[in-house]
Design a protein around this ligand. Structure first.
Ligand SMILES: C=CC1=C(C)c2cc3[nH]c(cc4nc(cc5[nH]c(cc1n2)c(C)c5CCC(=O)O)C(CCC(=O)O)=C4C)c(C)c3C=C
Ligand SMILES: [Fe+2]
Ligand SMILES: [Fe+2]
Length: 364
């Protein structure tokens, strides 16, 4: 890397932040991933010493193998982890949208756990001349467990740098019109193809969000309220009446109480009450992943059918839906206001001027 600040190009970067995923659907790889993930004090707030024994003595030995089997059931042939595949695709397609608009903004992806690590992504951006950095989490709803943890990791790396970039971050976009519109059209595209649920006959639209311990909400995490708002806005944008749609929370981990209503028991209850068709969608996950493909598209389907339901329709996440990529570009651009989106010619000009300046200074 050229460390002489006079000779570097000055570019704006957008860094997409996501959770991360195991490198392979094996017990060994899942164990390493879970160890890093579940050792994060933003995720598990139990005192460290106690948690160390629970994690290493109970959770990792039991969960690694069981989770690896689940990962194996959703692993994409040749493409690997769905979360990684769709997150990469989103970064690539966002870069194309910016390039089509004539911008030379650097776009990259960083994972909070595993690879590509936040540190790797930041170093690579710096090498490409990053001077301004926008952090854009692939979490529409803010939670300390996800968005804040990713921001922490960026700050931790930047703390070691002499020459830091200007920094901005997107806290959330749970109610951003472009995000809601992309969600709406994702649902409508399925309904236009397969037919709309018959709400008068008792069919229901379920929006399932990743859960969180209830304690986190009581301590001030705004995630719950943001999920409810996304759910309401999406329900309204689809023209649904309040009783026709439900917001539920999935993926409970551990024995403590989590946000309710829980997804799986709700689906069981609906089936037992005579609901014949459920359309289920996960608006809080921009990319399909273990939690959506295994827990919602497979496990919850079995629960519904087993308890008398007939028609269970899983609506895929936004993934590479072009309207979603445009929404990401809109959200990024709003937060980039006032920053140079450095068209190529302007950058070259800046660089030439900087070189001329440097030549003068160093000649003295
Ligand atoms: C969408 C936002 C997410 C929040 C909020 C969240 C909180 C949270 N998660 C756990 C524990 C686990 N989550 C796991 C997987 C997982 N979680 C999210 C997103 C959120 N988590 C995603 C996108 C994924 C899928 C990753 C993939 O590779 O596909 C897992 C690992 C899988 C398993 O073993 O079940 C755990 C564990 C906690 C404890 C928590 C908040 C406190
Ligand atoms: Fe999670
Ligand atoms: Fe709330």
């Amino acid at each position: 890397m050229n460390t002489n600040p006079h000779l570097r190009a000055s570019k704006t970067a957008v860094l997409l932040l996501n959770l991360g995923t195991p490198s392979a659907p094996t017990a060994k790889a899942v164990r390493a991933y879970l160890k890093e993930f579940l050792s994060d004090p933003r995720v598990v707030e139990i005192p460290r010493v106690i948690w160390w024994f629970i994690l290493n003595g109970i959770i990792l030995p039991i969960r690694s193998g069981a989770s690896a089997k689940k990962y194996a059931s959703i692993w994409l042939p040749k493409l690997g982890s769905p979360l990684m595949h769709y997150s990469r695709l989103q970064a690539k397609e966002l870069a194309e949208v910016f390039a089509d608009q004539g911008h030379t903004v650097l776009i990259d992806l960083a994972m909070r756990y595993g690879e590509p690590s936040t540190e790797q992504a930041l170093v690579s951006l710096k090498e490409q001349g990053m001077e301004r950095l926008l952090l854009l989490p692939l979490y529409p709803q803010y939670s300390a467990t996800t968005s804040a943890s990713s921001f922490d990791e960026v700050f931790r790396v930047l703390k070691t740098w002499r020459d830091q970039p200007e920094l901005r971050l997107v806290k959330h976009y749970h109610d951003h019109p472009a995000y809601i519109q992309a969600l709406r059209n994702q649902v409508l595209s399925v309904w236009e193809k397969d037919g709309r649920p018959d709400f008068a006959a008792g069919d229901r639209f379920v929006m399932s969000f990743h859960g969180l311990p209830k304690r986190n909400l009581m301590k001030g995490d705004p995630y719950h309220c943001e999920c409810l708002k996304t759910g309401r806005l999406l329900g309204e944008s689809l023209g649904l009446e309040p009783g026709e749609y439900l917001v539920t929370f999935q993926s409970r981990f551990g024995r403590a109480e989590w946000l309710k209503p829980y997804t799986a028991p709700t689906i069981e209850k609906l089936a037992k009450e005579g609901c014949k068709r459920i359309d289920i969608f996960c608006p809080g996950f921009p990319a399909d992943c273990l939690e959506t493909l295994e827990e919602i598209a497979m496990e919850a389907r079995e629960i519904f059918i087993e308890h008398g339901g007939r028609d269970y329709r899983y609506i895929p996440c936004l993934n590479s839906n072009p309207e979603w990529i445009d929404a990401l570009a809109d959200i990024a651009e709003q937060h980039l206001l006032g920053w140079s989106l450095g068209t190529e010619s302007a950058d070259e000009l800046t660089l030439r001027n900087q070189r001329a300046e440097a030549a003068k200074i160093h000649a003295v």
